[in-house]
Design a protein around this ligand. Sequence first.
Ligand SMILES: [Zn+2]
Length: 201
Amino acid sequence: MPVLHQYVEQPGLYVKCHIKGTFVTFQLTSDGAGRLFAAGFKSDDKFPLRLLIDLIHRGEAYTFGSGVTPAEFSVGQLEFDFPDDREAERLFPVCNMDGAYDDLHLIVHEQASKTITELLCPRCRKTVGVPSSLSIPVIILTIDSLKRLESQKKISADQDAIKSLYAWFKADAAEYWEKIAKAKRRPDQGGLDFNEPGKLL
Ligand SMILES: [Zn+2]
């Protein structure tokens, strides 16, 4: 589960998270931090992975090459603390070649006269090394733009990369934010206490 942290020597918040076997630090924009505050989270609080995925979708959480700091994590953070986290992890957009999170593009390119559709990070885009017929930052894609690309035959919906993007975009988190915020407001009335995982299950 992601954990919200405050920088020690500068203003701002960041998130640490263990996803798909990797430790990742995400920077938050002020909008992203505001959204978490509004939902009732403060520094050192855990929050559901589903919300982090939504912040990424909104461009309000980003890795920006901030690197990975496994030594800073306690063993407890390796657990899935919230029932929806394992499901949410499946939605997480990663580079299809090396699992990176940074600056993903939807790439369509030809390889041995086969059309390859994948999500690639900047490093893997370089190694592909062939001109791509399509290269779009994932951050600007929406369900509508995917449908448009499909109707223009620039992408094909049966590709795994496209399926994963649709699944991510369809996981509309608006209701989920509201549900979480409500639960946070009433922890003593059967709501969820995110810092005590046992209570969630
Ligand atoms: Zn990559």
